[in-house]
Design a protein around this ligand. Structure first.
Ligand SMILES: [Zn+2]
Length: 370
């Protein structure tokens, strides 16, 4: 009001000497000045909207870039300040939300996959491209779904399926009357690696007959960025054929990204083929989720202890969510990818004590209605 009155007075002075009386000048000037201010206001608002839009575009690119080039953290901080100022001006707090969500780290800090060398391509451009694809897969959903589970859920999943997971792991799950999900890359069955030997065809079949879920982990365990669209489809077909030959009643409904690396370019194709895709990004799935980038938490002694497991179980109760544990070997010796029988039993006993339903991924999909 004060600004308006001042401008009106200035305008009136500039009109002195015209054929209007001072009063009529004042009235007309007041009205025109009001209109002019309204115009200016509208112009500023549309400029602000354009600036905000531009900011969104630039910030999104920079956030992706700063995730790739860790030297750009300062840019990220500066953008956060701009976000706060713009948010205060426009009451658009989504800017801050967007900033915080996009500036989160793009790979799990406690992931065995992330700490392995040679996860990303060596050459600069393929590495940038793979990281962007992974990050986009993490943040952009093909279709989000609302979870409608009546109570909290926990799933125990095993990747690559070493012999110890198929035998001792399944045996411990059996002690608690539970079933797990085993993500298998068919070409690995029965093969030996420096870290472990993989479960044989017979051991996989035993898992299926005992009621555990067998799920897809590609056929050759290649990273998503190593596969073109046709190769990805062929991987799915070969793994399916492998399991059909084992037992025609096996259907692969769920998928886990090899090495934990998502790829936005492949997400739609995977979503067309599988009900879910599991990442190794820690967190509890709850509310509206992206079924094709499910969060999961390592259940391996090098990455989590009994207290950490208790925290995760308490959180899943509080959120009425779906906690997915992933592991590789189940053994008493120590190593980066090993879940000790004690830790597995602690998690199963903790779930039972809190009345958290243990379900395979396939069963959890049914219970959540996603
Ligand atoms: Zn794997």
């Amino acid at each position: 009001m004060r600004l308006h009155a001042t401008r009106s007075w200035n305008y009136t002075l500039s009109e002195i000497g015209s054929r209007f009386t001072r009063k009529s000048i004042a009235v007309r000037a007041d009205r025109e000045s009001g209109i002019r201010l309204a115009h200016r206001d509208a112009a500023w608002k549309s400029t602000a909207a354009r600036l905000k839009q531009r900011y969104f575009e630039v910030a999104q690119r920079l956030f992706v870039a700063s995730g790739i080039l860790h030297g750009l953290r300062a840019v990220n901080r500066l953008l956060l300040h701009i976000s706060v100022l713009l948010s205060l001006y426009s009451n658009e707090f989504s800017l801050i939300v967007m900033h915080v969500s996009l500036s989160q780290p793009d790979e799990p800090s406690a992931s065995p996959v992330a700490s392995r060398s040679g996860v990303w391509p060596d050459a600069l451009w393929p590495r940038l491209s793979a990281r962007v694809q992974h990050r986009l897969a993490m943040h952009v959903a093909v279709a989000r779904k609302q979870m409608r589970n009546p109570g909290p859920l926990v799933s125990f999943t095993f990747d690559d399926v070493p012999v110890s997971a198929a035998t001792l792991g399944a045996e411990i799950l059996g002690e608690y009357g539970c079933h797990g999900t085993f993500y298998v890359a068919g070409s690995l069955a029965g093969t030996d690696e420096p870290l472990w030997s993989h479960a044989t065809r017979e051991q996989l079949l035993t898992l299926h007959r005992a009621g555990h879920e067998l799920a897809c982990h590609t056929y050759t365990h290649k990273r998503m960025y190593e596969l073109g669209p046709a190769e990805l489809a062929a991987e799915g077909d070969r793994n399916e054929a492998f399991f059909r030959a084992l037992d025609p009643s096996i259907t692969l409904r769920n998928f886990a990204y090899p090495w934990g690396l998502g790829d936005y370019g492949h997400k739609r194709a995977l979503a067309g083929r599988f009900q879910t895709c599991r990442s190794v990004q820690p967190g509890i799935n709850h509310g509206r989720i992206d079924p094709h980038f499910l969060h999961s938490t390592p259940l391996e002694d090098a990455h989590i202890d009994a207290a950490g497991v208790d925290c995760a179980l308490d959180d899943v109760c509080a959120l009425n969510g779906w906690l997915i544990f992933y592991a590789h070997e189940v053994a008493t010796r120590s190593g980066e990818f090993i879940c000790s029988p004690a830790l597995l039993r602690h998690a199963l006993a903790g779930a039972a004590a809190r009345k958290i339903q243990v379900a395979s991924v396939a069963e959890a999909v049914r219970l959540t209605g996603i």
